[in-house]
Write a protein that binds this ligand. Sequence first.
Ligand SMILES: [Zn+2]
Length: 278
Amino acid sequence: MAGRMGGGSTKRTESGAGLTAHAAPETGQRSLAGTKRLLVSIHDVGPRSEGAVDRLRDLLSRHVPEDRQALLVVPDHWAEAPLVPGSPFAARLRGWAETGADIFVHGWFHKDLATHDGFGARLKAQHMTAGEGEFLGLDHSTALDRMERGRALIEGITGRAVTGFIAPAWLYGDGAKQALGDAGFALAEDHWKVWQPASGRVLVRGPVLTWASRSRARIASSLFAARALAPVLSASKVARIGVHPGDVGVPAILASIDRSVGRLMRSHVPSRYRDLAA
Ligand SMILES: [Zn+2]
């Protein structure tokens, strides 16, 4: 699959299929048993990323209705960008939630402020996530406390239940995994699956397509991965795509997101996470 770099093979013509999916987003009425679903999400939503989130929403909206774009909200990004009830940003978040879009609690600080015991854990935390794996090193009670406060803050603003919890960088330590169930979140997600914490039932398996913008090497490898994963995602019953505010600074990533989402819209129906269990 890695050898299939040429873009030529992806141009399958199913003319109009994308339009059909757009014009008739699932209503819950017709049977979706055989339907392939596309889940798109915007990570790291908060007051500091507002401009970038707007750009990502505009880009995704070329293909996916706004109410099918999940938003992963960070309560206080790096302890520098608190989500404040009553603020203009909070009003926008409420408006987005009112469209019916999935809202997830996405950590609290996002950044990993814990100190990790052991070389392996430190290495994993620093090299895999650039220090963004907040929930990798938290003990159970700290994880539970941040989850519950995050949910209370966000639900207080939106006036509706969050869809679930997704840890920063999709990384969960043992304490966080346990706390998910105790906090009563309906859904959680990592890089390889979506599951129901209460029962442990896995609803979706397969990699999420995402891009990294931190360095040239990361950009290059994520552009490569987007091409290499295209046939895998096209064949998936549920395909997931996650985008980040940093993506808007890299035109090649924006183009890759546009291509990838557009391509999947030919075969998949944009959906909500919370409809997965139905
Ligand atoms: Zn994140």
